[in-house]
Design a protein around this ligand. Structure first.
Ligand code: BGC
Length: 260
């Protein structure tokens, strides 16, 4: 692999964080820099903040990968469940490339985390079906089989007890309703069982900030056959995965192949 350093940016509901990524170690090459997500998080306002993050590292003219919390096809953002609706139908890759002055690759946030976990973290070496789920404001999903991603699976929007699953079982739902770990784990277990019914994965990787507290809820999850493990890259998975996607685009291969 000729590229060893690329730049990764993770666009989240509260913060936009970025850092150069060391693709050999699967880690940040420098301390990450974070700015607040503008409110409303319109494409134009977010693009300015992404530029600020890249400028902090003097990064221009070289590949940048950016995560987005919605469906992304060929650089265009297609949905915006938890961000400003102005993102729907935007050529995000074009907008960000112009703003930063670098080639930009945009990928779904959970897909990016999945790339990172499959290559450097909890899914390393797993060739069967692996489902990574990120629990946060929403629920993101990344589905791999044979180490290859099926992009934009959006399993957080499956129906659970008559509601969208992410409205019932995200960490936001836990906080908003003040659910105990036990109550929340019951919902998560029911959700995982539903996904298992559809895809029969060999492994679930649980990502998002809550993966740091895995010992509080993983032992409480019942009724799921597959192995369930916490993500390993935790907060940095999105940035690392964004960097991997950018490197893959620069090499003209799928991101999963970057770690092959
Ligand atoms: C979005 C997904 C995203 C997830 C986590 C969902 O609401 O539809 O695209 O991956 O939130 O941010």
């Amino acid at each position: 692999m000729s590229l060893t350093n690329v730049f990764g940016v993770d666009i989240g509901g509260s913060g936009i964080k970025g850092a150069p990524v060391d693709l050999e170690r699967g880690d940040l090459a420098d301390e990450r820099f974070k700015v607040l997500t503008p409110q409303p998080a319109t494409p134009d306002a977010v693009a300015d903040r992404v530029r600020e993050v890249a400028e902090h590292f003097g990064w221009a003219g070289r590949p940048v990968g950016v995560t987005f919390p919605g469906v992304v096809t060929d650089g265009t953002t297609r949905t915006a469940a938890n961000v400003d609706k102005g993102w729907i139908g935007v050529d995000a890759a074009g907008l960000l490339s112009d703003r930063i002055g670098s080639p930009v690759t945009v990928v779904n946030d959970a897909d990016a985390a999945g790339y990172a976990e499959m290559t450097f973290g909890a899914g390393r070496g797993r060739t069967g079906t692996v489902v990574l789920l990120t629990f946060g404001t929403g629920i993101g999903s990344a589905v791999f089989t044979g180490g290859r991603l099926v992009p934009n699976t959006e399993l957080g929007h499956l129906e659970l007890d008559g509601h969208e699953a992410e409205k019932r079982a995200s960490t936001k739902a836990k906080e908003d309703r003040d659910l105990s770990w036990q109550q929340w784990a019951r919902r998560v277990g029911k959700y995982l069982a539903h996904v298992e019914m559809l895809l029969s994965p060999e492994l679930f990787v649980i990502g998002g900030g809550v993966s740091r507290k895995a010992e509080k809820f993983l032992p409480l999850i019942e009724g799921v056959r597959a192995e369930i493990v916490p993500a390993q890259l935790q907060n940095n998975a999105g940035i690392v995965g964004a960097g991997m996607a950018a490197a893959a685009a620069a090499h003209g291969v799928a991101a999963a192949a970057v770690g092959d």
